[in-house]
Design a binder for this molecule. Structure first.
Ligand code: ADP
Ligand code: ZN
Length: 299
């Protein structure tokens, strides 16, 4: 059913990134009706834009998928906060509190990648599956996971972008992660590519060596995720994944690293349909936030 402005039954969605915020209203079927994008500046200024946008609608719930780290424990005094981020101004920011102050509706709050995983499971590439992972390869590397039908949380939340990986013997790049230097993110994020090769990924499209090395790292990581979580679908999003030559090379590396050990048809014979781009395309994040709103309303 088409819903018009002014009528209720809108769900609100916030995709909070380190460089930009996307706010949208949509429905419980994953349709986005209206959206705005603005740069991430200070929390005060950014939340003002968010609140101005949602004031125009009668939203029943709001979902927030955000960069982190975040506190997801409802009983914690800092629930709903962005906690220890290196991003200036954004440490110890009460995100849920700032939104709740103006909108007394259920609020779903999770990491950007968990949101995207949920959106993909409800309406995208993992529709009908009980498990999946969503990997973003962009400014950072993050992974959201659904296992046995539920988003994976824990002490904090998984940080699978920072796993240790085996270095390629010909790769002398030191790595760009400020915490671990040559973890996955330090070796394979967009900024890592730019630092290693001296050019942005988008300008390196014709360099097969660049994408072979990138796939060597991503393939290793995905093989680890498959061994640890056994997801029914692996979804690879983010700016770097726009490189058309990347995913076929990643699939080949996953097959090489697993070396026939995980005996499942999906991997052995249908890997093109197992490791895939987001079904929701670049809307995975904002639809994911919409999915969090839907989940918050149902709870
Ligand atoms: P963010 O992670 O900040 O939300 P993106 O997912 O767009 O944003 O990732 C940005 C990173 O992806 C940058 O490092 C950029 O150089 C890289 N990138 C964007 N588009 C491409 C492309 N087509 N090919 C390779 N790298 C890309
Ligand atoms: Zn790291």
């Amino acid at each position: 059913m088409e819903r018009k402005r002014g009528e209720s039954m809108y769900l609100g969605a916030i995709e909070a990134g380190g460089t930009k915020f996307v706010c949208a209203v949509g429905d419980g079927d994953g349709n986005v009706h209206e959206r705005v994008t603005f740069p991430t500046t200070t929390p005060e200024e950014t939340f003002e834009h968010v609140i101005d946008f949602f004031k125009r609608y009668d939203v029943e719930a709001i979902g927030i998928g955000t960069f982190g780290p975040v506190d997801l424990h409802r009983e914690s005094p800092t629930y709903g906060y962005i906690t220890s981020t290196p991003k200036p101004h954004w440490s110890n920011v009460n995100f849920v509190g700032a939104i709740n102050e103006h909108f007394r509706v259920p609020i779903g709050f999770d990491t950007d990648v968990n949101a995207a995983a949920l959106g993909e499971q409800l309406w995208g590439a993992a529709k009908g599956k009980q498990s999946c992972i969503y990997i973003t390869v962009g400014t950072g590397i993050g992974v959201g996971a659904i296992v046995e039908g539920r988003l994976v949380h824990g002490l904090l939340h998984p940080e699978m972008g920072h796993i240790l990986i085996r270095r390629h013997p010909d790769d002398e790049f030191a790595g760009s992660c400020p915490f671990h230097r040559d973890c996955l993110e330090g070796m394979a994020s967009g900024p890592a590519i730019e630092k290693r090769w001296g050019k942005k990924g988008i300008e390196l499209s014709d360099r097969t060596d660049v994408w072979e090395l990138e796939a060597f790292y991503l393939g290793q990581a995905i093989a680890q995720y498959i061994l640890i979580l056994s997801p029914e679908k692996v979804i690879v999003g983010g700016g770097v994944a726009h490189q058309p030559s990347l995913l076929p090379l990643v699939r080949q590396n996953v097959l090489d690293f697993l070396n026939g050990y995980v005996q499942h048809d999906a991997i052995l014979h249908h890997i093109d349909d197992y490791i895939v781009r987001p079904g929701l395309g670049d809307n995975a994040g904002i639809c994911g936030a919409l999915a969090l709103a839907k989940q918050a309303l149902e709870k």
